[in-house]
Write a protein that binds this ligand. Structure first.
Ligand SMILES: *[C@@H]1O[C@H](CO)[C@@H](O)[C@H](O)[C@H]1NC(C)=O
Ligand SMILES: *[C@@H]1O[C@H](CO)[C@@H](O)[C@H](O)[C@H]1NC(C)=O
Ligand SMILES: *[C@@H]1O[C@H](CO)[C@@H](O)[C@H](O)[C@H]1NC(C)=O
Ligand SMILES: *[C@@H]1O[C@H](CO)[C@@H](O)[C@H](O)[C@H]1NC(C)=O
Ligand SMILES: *[C@@H]1O[C@H](CO)[C@@H](O)[C@H](O)[C@H]1NC(C)=O
Ligand SMILES: *[C@@H]1O[C@H](CO)[C@@H](O)[C@H](O)[C@H]1NC(C)=O
Ligand SMILES: *[C@@H]1O[C@H](CO)[C@@H](O)[C@H](O)[C@H]1NC(C)=O
Ligand SMILES: *[C@@H]1O[C@H](CO)[C@@H](O)[C@H](O)[C@H]1NC(C)=O
Ligand SMILES: *[C@@H]1O[C@H](CO)[C@@H](O)[C@H](O)[C@H]1NC(C)=O
Ligand SMILES: *[C@@H]1O[C@H](CO)[C@@H](O)[C@H](O)[C@H]1NC(C)=O
Ligand SMILES: *[C@@H]1O[C@H](CO)[C@@H](O)[C@H](O)[C@H]1NC(C)=O
Ligand SMILES: *[C@@H]1O[C@H](CO)[C@@H](O)[C@H](O)[C@H]1NC(C)=O
Length: 441
């Protein structure tokens, strides 16, 4: 960690170029608002200039002020660059601007406000991103994916990337996305997307990884309305440790299998020491069905993709009031379409362990595991899974059901009734949703 002498802006007036103070290899950024009577003048031109001056063998310091981020930025191909964020980066709410300018990231027609990356790069400093997300949550009206609604920051084409001690509050869409990168460490990260009106915070994932390998994420706290951390396609060797997830949808592998022309390989993934509180899901794997369908109603349908999910471990999970603590679904967006969609998936799932899961389920169900009839899942194990419904822990009956003991429903899991360790006591229907809202009947 660098030690900085607090310098007065005036002292460097002679060296000021925009509001970048550049003394050799260090670029200090100051916001335009300081000399514009506090007006929210766009700081992105200065930010781009700082990266041009100090993006190779340099250090960029966002001083402890609020920076107005009114335009997309692309700071890629950095080399040996340390970025220190002390202040707050505040994104504008000019929704028509972002819908037509956000930078496409190549997955699900999604896009980003900041494309960032390079080799031997760090981002640290204890500062925060403020996506001003309420404007996005309100206009999105729970409609989920929306082309142009930007991911706060996308770490792209990066090798040896270290991100530490950063907060992302009110992200516009996903808080972070890691793509085409290797050897990425992201530690001590705080994400909080909370809506103050009747519309939810759909798609405010803490992080998604895609086409990336060798990733370590530790010491995260996430409050949001969607996946806490999700391993999307072609994630290899992801290790997630010590994360608390509030609300949202827990730890996820997927969704994968969306594109018939792009197989997904997700291998060697470990989630450990995780607390999941008041969420839809705890630890789950979600693949698309085997037949292409436009199922989601917002133009980003899919399915029919092939590939592999192998060697995934979810261990030391404490779940509290989670709707579906453990799930494998192979038709995640088409459960309601029927016609055996869950039984057609071309994604092969194997070697998945759920170990040391304790706590409470919101309903009478702890686990729903439905593997595709065409690809039964081998190597699925439960070890020390002990989940009780909230009502049962309170000595209260479960409503509208004769099933008063915890349900573990299974279908097409190899050895489900013998060596798997799963106490299967119910058939997992092929149309069981990812977020139940009632007890199993
Ligand atoms: C740039 O300024 C900072 C803060 O005063 C100082 O710590 C650093 O040594 C300076 N670097 C150079 C190359 O002069
Ligand atoms: C950056 O530093 C490396 C050595 O660490 C050097 O080889 C390279 O030329 C430097 N690049 C620039 C643009 O200064
Ligand atoms: C981002 O900037 C790099 C130059 O550093 C350029 O090659 C690339 O095309 C830009 N990407 C986008 C999506 O604008
Ligand atoms: C920025 O300044 C505020 C006080 O204005 C302080 O609370 C905060 O810790 C500072 N942040 C950093 C990263 O130094
Ligand atoms: C990815 O980074 C490498 C340097 O590691 C660079 O040569 C290449 O041009 C970058 N690719 C893109 C698409 O930016
Ligand atoms: C991985 O990145 C870290 C920086 O986060 C660096 O210290 C380490 O040397 C890199 N590992 C390899 C194998 O390059
Ligand atoms: C998230 O932010 C909301 C609103 O500011 C706050 O009530 C809540 O405690 C925060 N959650 C966490 C986990 O810090
Ligand atoms: C996680 O946080 C604890 C407590 O602050 C700290 O001791 C530990 O070094 C952190 N781990 C990482 C990987 O940053
Ligand atoms: C886990 O991470 C939290 C921050 O989210 C930190 O406060 C805590 O000390 C960490 N625990 C360990 C055992 O590192
Ligand atoms: C995953 O990687 C393979 C190559 O290993 C590639 O063919 C495929 O298109 C990638 N899938 C996605 C979704 O990017
Ligand atoms: C499974 O993945 C873990 C990382 O989570 C790795 O350490 C282990 O070697 C992998 N095992 C196999 C058999 O691939
Ligand atoms: C099981 O997980 C809990 C956290 O939920 C942890 O405190 C405990 O140490 C774990 N047990 C083992 C044997 O690892």
């Amino acid at each position: 960690m660098l030690v900085h002498v607090l310098i007065s802006f005036a002292a460097f007036a002679a060296y000021v170029s925009g509001y970048v103070v550049n003394n050799g290899t260090e670029c200090y950024l100051y916001p335009e608002s300081l000399t514009h009577f506090g007006q929210p003048v766009d700081d992105t031109p200065s930010v781009v200039q700082a990266f041009e001056l100090c993006g190779t063998n340099g250090t960029i310091i966002f001083t402890n002020h609020t920076f107005h981020m009114n335009q997309v930025i692309n700071t890629t191909n950095l080399v040996n660059c340390d970025v220190e964020i002390q202040g707050e980066l505040l994104w504008s709410t000019n929704i028509p601007y972002w819908l037509s300018h956000s930078i496409n990231v190549g997955l699900q027609n999604q896009s980003t406000a900041w494309l960032f990356g390079g080799t031997n790069v760090s981002m640290t400093g204890g500062g925060s991103f403020n996506g001003n997300g309420q404007a996005w949550y309100t206009q999105n009206r729970n409609n989920s994916n929306e082309p142009g609604r930007p991911i706060s920051i996308t770490f792209f084409n990066s090798t040896n990337l270290y991100v530490d001690n950063i907060s992302i509050i009110q992200p516009q869409f996903w808080a972070t996305f890691v793509t085409y990168s290797a050897n990425v460490t992201m530690t001590n990260i705080y994400v909080n997307a909370t809506s103050n009106d009747e519309w939810g915070t759909a798609n405010t994932d803490g992080s998604d990884t895609w086409n990336s390998r060798d990733i370590y994420m530790a010491n995260w706290t996430v409050q949001n309305g969607d996946d806490c951390i999700a391993a999307k396609g072609n994630t290899t060797n992801l290790h997630v440790k010590n994360v608390t997830c509030h609300g949202g949808a827990g730890m996820t592998v997927g969704s994968v299998g969306q594109y018939p022309t792009m197989p997904d390989y997700d291998e060697d993934i470990l989630f450990e020491d995780v607390r999941v509180i008041n969420s839809f899901d705890g630890g789950y794997i979600k693949t698309w069905q085997g037949v292409y369908q436009s199922a989601t109603g917002n133009g980003d349908g899919g399915g029919g993709g092939s590939g592999i999910i192998r060697n995934v471990t979810f261990r030391n999970f404490e779940v509290t009031n989670v709707a579906l603590p453990i799930q494998i679904s192979q038709c995640i967006y088409s459960e309601k379409l029927g016609a055996d969609t869950c039984d057609t998936s071309k994604m092969n799932i194997s070697d998945v362990t759920f170990e040391n899961f304790t706590g409470t389920s919101r309903y009478n169900i702890a686990a729903s595991l439905h593997c595709a009839d065409v690809h039964h899942c081998p190597g699925i194990y439960f070890k020390n899974v002990n989940i009780t419904s909230v009502n049962a822990t309170l000595g209260l009956p479960l409503f509208n059901t004769t099933l008063q003991s915890e349900v573990f429903q299974c279908a097409n899991v190899v050895n489900q009734n013998t060596t798997s360790g799963i106490p299967c006591n119910h058939w997992a229907p092929d149309n069981y949703g990812q977020a139940p809202s009632t007890n199993v009947q």
